[in-house]
Design a protein around this ligand. Structure first.
Ligand SMILES: *Cc1c(COP(=O)(O)O)cnc(C)c1O
Length: 364
């Protein structure tokens, strides 16, 4: 579809056939029910539960508010052990909820929090661990679980990138006490804006549920404090229209990733190492250069071709103005050298070839 003059971004939102979205909208026009857990929202939750094979899911209006609600409920305004290599929302949610981020560096191959360094950062103020399954690559959930149990900490996973990811044949959304996902337009599965929270503990899920709807217990009573994190029927209509295409979307993206793996020259380049026993979702394709200078060179060459990869994730979150400026050598080094390449349904072989040519040519 693209030609030389079209700007190629790191992703392109998957648009379902418009007639299918229209048919969902028609249902809303008939019901005149636009939000407050309407028929489409409940139907989408049920379909997602089946697709993802999870016991419980609550969908929300974005992927950041579930992190905030999770931290509000289990963070206790304490210290939260977290990764410096993630999208800014992970750290911002911690600070927004009056908790303190305590960064632990990442593993240089998996790019997830280095579990071997977690225990050394635990203090009596630590209440939880908030780690990101970055680019859909799961953290070492077994070791993190053991540490959490030993020190009586809660575990929250920012699984924003994890739609469809399984570990040992189980949805990764089942790990930790709480997992969250984003359905933003740039994510694998989307509702325009949207997100979800997953929690296997019924009592905690009940708290999450009323927290996301002002604390309501019926129209005139309240369970407790809440906020508005409700998704609208308009967003759920988009989700219902996109969901039937997810298998195809993941398959198409796999082909793109395989093209990159086959055609890029990996003598000096690296990519992410996906953990064992994981069914990955091909959500991102990061490449890691030997130095930042090479990254700039390749970025410029691609920009000249109207191709715009993204520096996911830069900067390392321990270096942003409102955090504590701790020293995270691995994360800071990777953040300076990593670029996510365009990855979406409908990329032509000629475009992929152009991208690979420019990268390979500029590696030396
Ligand atoms: C996208 C993203 C979020 C935030 O999700 P929104 O739906 O944009 O609010 C949080 N964490 C990570 C790692 C993300 O990539």
């Amino acid at each position: 579809m693209e030609n030389l003059r079209d700007k190629v971004q790191v992703t392109q939102t998957f648009m379902p056939p418009k007639a299918e979205y229209d048919a969902q909208l028609e249902r809303i026009w008939e019901s005149k029910w636009l939000t407050n857990r309407g028929v489409l929202t409940k139907e989408l939750e049920l379909k997602l539960k089946n697709y993802l094979n999870v016991h419980d899911i609550l969908i929300m209006n974005n992927g950041t508010i579930p992190l905030q609600i999770a931290l509000k409920l289990v963070g206790g305004e304490g210290e939260i052990i977290t990764t410096p290599f993630s999208y800014v929302a992970t750290t911002a949610a911690i600070i927004w909820e009056n908790c303190t981020p305590v960064f632990v560096d990442i593993d240089p191959d998996y790019l997830t929090i280095d579990e071997s360094q977690i225990e050394a950062s635990i203090t009596e103020k630590t209440t939880a661990i908030l780690a990101t399954h970055v680019f859909g690559n799961p953290c070492n959930i077994e070791v993190i679980d053991k540490i959490a149990k030993k020190h009586n900490l809660k575990v929250i996973y920012d699984a924003a990138h994890c739609f469809g990811v399984t570990y040992n044949e189980e949805s990764i959304f089942k790990s930790g006490d709480i997992s969250t996902c984003s359905f933003h337009a740039t994510k694998l599965f989307h509702t325009g804006e949207g997100g979800a929270i997953f929690c296997e503990d019924k009592e905690l899920m009940h708290k999450i549920s009323y927290s996301h709807n002002f604390g309501h217990n019926g129209p005139i009573d309240f369970h407790g404090l809440g906020i508005n994190a409700k998704i609208s029927e308009l967003q759920s209509a988009m989700g219902l229209s996109v969901l039937p295409y997810m298998d195809k979307i993941i398959l198409e993206r796999k082909k793109v990733v395989n093209y990159y793996l086959k055609n890029l020259s990996f003598e000096t380049l690296k990519t992410i190492k996906i953990r064992k026993n994981v069914t990955w979702n091909y959500s991102y394709f990061p490449i890691i250069f030997k130095n930042e200078e090479t990254l700039f060179k390749v970025q410029k060459a691609l920009n000249d071709e109207n191709v715009f990869p993204r520096r996911y994730f830069y900067p390392s979150l321990n270096t942003i103005s409102y955090t504590n400026k701790s020293n995270m050598p691995v994360s800071e080094s990777i953040a300076k050298r990593i670029l996510c390449l365009p990855l979406f349904v409908g990329m032509s072989t000629s475009l992929l070839q152009r991208i690979c040519d420019q990268i390979n040519k500029n590696l030396v």
